[in-house]
Design a binder for this molecule. Structure first.
Ligand SMILES: [Zn+2]
Length: 356
C-alpha cells in the first residue's frame, strides 16, 4: 500500500524541524507563471524564487506537491462607500491568449509540460491551479472552461512525466464542485489521478467533522479514485455572523465574522477539538485517501483577502501562532497524524505477513 501524503501549506520562514516533528512530510508550494514574454522565453523572478524554495524544502527533508500557475487571483478592496468588492486579476500574461480560448489552453499545456521537465526529480505530485469552481480563483472562466483548462494542464504534465500524480481541488463551497467531479470522473478516462477536495466546514460553510465523513464517502463513490484532501482546517478566532447581519453578496471580511461555527467555536481549544475529530474521520476513511494537507502551518499577520490584520478570515488557521509557538491544535494534529501512521504501519505489516 502506498504511503499516505501528510502535508501542509507553510511560509518560507517556517520552522522545518518543528514541521517534521509534527509528522508532516509534505508541503504544498505555489509556482508562479515561469515565462515573462513567451513560452520557453526568459524566466520570471517569482518563478526562480519558487524553484529555489522547492529545492530548499527538499534539502531540509520535506517532499513537495507543486501547484501549477493560477489563471486568476482575487482579493477584496473597499469602494467609495467602504463596501468590499471582489477584484480578480489575471495571472497569466496577455500573450497567453483570451481566457477560455483554445490558444490560452494550449499555452497552459505547454507551460505545464515545461514545468514538469524543469522540476523533474523535485516534484512529481501536482495540484493543477487552485479552486477553479469559485470566482475568487476562476475569474471569468465558466465551470466548463475551467475544467478544460485543468485538462490541458494535466495533459502537459503527463506528456513530460507520465508517472506524475495530478489532480485539482474544487473549493466545494459554491454550486459547481460536483460539476467538476462529473466532468473529470464521468467517463473521460484517467485524466486526473486523484479526486482533490478542499473543505472549510464550520467556518466558510456549515458543518463539522461529520461533514467530512459524508463527503469522503460520497466522493469515493462518485469518482472511484483516491481522494486527496488538498485543504482542510479550522480558524481559532472569530465570532459568528448573526442571521441577516451581512447581505448575501458581501464577503465575510466586511464584518470580519464567520458564516458558520462548530462545537466549542472559533477558539484555540475549538480548533484543537476540530482537528482531533477530523482525524478520527480520516482514520476511518484512510483506505480511500491519497493524503491530507492542512491549511495551514502558521498564523498570518494579515488577511490575504482584505489586507487587514484584525480580520480572522485568513489569519488564524495555523497550528503555530505568529511567533511560531504551537497552539493546542498542534498537539491534536501530532497525535492524529501519529494514529494515522500507526494504522498504516499495522496494515502494511499485516499485508507483508499475509504475503509470505
Ligand atoms: Zn479579511
Amino acid at each position: 500500500m502506498a504511503k499516505l501524503l501528510f502535508g501542509a501549506c507553510a511560509n518560507e520562514s517556517a520552522d522545518v524541524g518543528l514541521i517534521r516533528k509534527t509528522g508532516i512530510d509534505w508541503v504544498r508550494q505555489d509556482l508562479a507563471m515561469p515565462f515573462a514574454d513567451r513560452v520557453g522565453g526568459r524566466l520570471t523572478d517569482e518563478y526562480l524564487r519558487n524553484r529555489a524554495l522547492v529545492q530548499s524544502w527538499i534539502g531540509q527533508g520535506l517532499k513537495v506537491m507543486g501547484v501549477t500557475p493560477r489563471p486568476f487571483g482575487g482579493s477584496y478592496e473597499p469602494d467609495e462607500q467602504g463596501v468590499l468588492r471582489l477584484r480578480v486579476k489575471r495571472c497569466l500574461p496577455e500573450w497567453c491568449g483570451a481566457p477560455g480560448s483554445e490558444a490560452y489552453n494550449r499555452s497552459y499545456e505547454e507551460i505545464c509540460a515545461w514545468l514538469a521537465q524543469d522540476l523533474k526529480g523535485l516534484i512529481s505530485t501536482w495540484q493543477i491551479a487552485n479552486e477553479l469552481d469559485i470566482e475568487l480563483f476562476a475569474g471569468p472562466l465558466t465551470a466548463r472552461q475551467a475544467c478544460e483548462f485543468i485538462a490541458h494542464g494535466a495533459r502537459g504534465l503527463k506528456r513530460t512525466d507520465a508517472s506524475s500524480v495530478v489532480g485539482h481541488n474544487p473549493a466545494g463551497c459554491g454550486p459547481h464542485s460536483d460539476y467538476f467531479y462529473g466532468w473529470f470522473y464521468g467517463g473521460r478516462g484517467a485524466l486526473l489521478d486523484y479526486c482533490g477536495v478542499d473543505g472549510y466546514y464550520g467556518t466558510w460553510i456549515d458543518g463539522g467533522p461529520e461533514s467530512w465523513d459524508r463527503r469522503l464517502a460520497e466522493l469515493r463513490e462518485l469518482t472511484g479514485v483516491p481522494i486527496l484532501v488538498n485543504e482542510w482546517g479550522f480558524s481559532s478566532e472569530g465570532a459568528q455572523l448573526a442571521p441577516g447581519e451581512l447581505p448575501a453578496d458581501r464577503t465575510p471580511c466586511q464584518v470580519r465574522k464567520w458564516p458558520s461555527t462548530w462545537g466549542p467555536g472559533h477558539t484555540p481549544e475549538g480548533q484543537a477539538a476540530f482537528v482531533r475529530e477530523c482525524f478520527d474521520v480520516f482514520l476511518k476513511h484512510r483506505r480511500s485517501l491519497l493524503g491530507v494537507f492542512f491549511y495551514r502551518w502558521e498564523d498570518q499577520q494579515n488577511c490575504w483577502q482584505c489586507g487587514r490584520a484584525d480580520c480572522p478570515m485568513e489569519t488564524r488557521w495555523g497550528l503555530v501562532d505568529l511567533d511560531g509557538k504551537p497552539k493546542p491544535a498542534w498537539t491534536a494534529y501530532k497525535e492524529g497524524l501519529a494514529a494515522m501512521k500507526a494504522a498504516e504501519e499495522a496494515a502494511s505489516t499485516k499485508g507483508l505477513s499475509q504475503g509470505k
